[in-house]
Design a protein around this ligand. Sequence first.
Ligand SMILES: C[S@@+](CC[C@H](N)C(=O)[O-])C[C@H]1O[C@@H](n2cnc3c(N)ncnc32)[C@H](O)[C@@H]1O
Length: 209
Amino acid sequence: MSLNPPGSRTTKAQTNTPDWWLMVKKFAKHGTSIASFAPSSRFLSRKIVTGIDYDKAQCIVELGAGTGPVTKELLARAKPHTRVIVVELDPDFCTRLRSKFPAAEIVEGDACKLSELLLARGIPQVDHVISGLPLPSFPAPLRDGVIASAAKVLHAEGTFRQLSVMPWVYAHIYKSYFSDVRFKFVPMNLPPAGVYVCKGYAPKEEAQA
Ligand SMILES: C[S@@+](CC[C@H](N)C(=O)[O-])C[C@H]1O[C@@H](n2cnc3c(N)ncnc32)[C@H](O)[C@@H]1O
């Protein structure tokens, strides 16, 4: 899945524009693969990274970082021994992320290929996967692929954490992949939003490609 044509370049305007405007432009251009016209609030961004045992975590992955509101909170909490890998498909968002977080490992790539992307970096397992991907708007086989790829590398005790701006509406989707799904509501976001914290990959038949 590609958001920009091959060989497309990041323009000066794209590096100078505010985050919210970059997000609006990407939303207008790519619609459902961005699925949000504004970056997540700091309340939502903090919620998705809360509850992680940062002393224990060796590796945490973020998928679909956009302009980096969650990345910021994650990097602020991660301990020096924790490797943080940020995977983003859109090259302009990657440019933005690299300029904001020069020391971070920003990988321009497709979340569907997560296990391959990690293996290429010598990472067989991760403790948590934090997703800002618009999974409900992905075609089912693509969604299956992303979640299966994340589950393949996720530690048995690890969590798959998913942002959602449609509180509770998509719970059934995550319950079709994981045996333990909890929702944390975040009213202080426009629109009100929340976070699914999922454990125990156990896809039901209808969740498989
Ligand atoms: C709703 S935005 C979330 C941005 C950010 N996490 C936030 O909370 O503001 C979804 C992001 O997922 C990225 N994305 C969509 N499909 C992807 C894929 N297959 N692999 C990696 N990133 C993807 C989009 O480029 C976009 O940055």
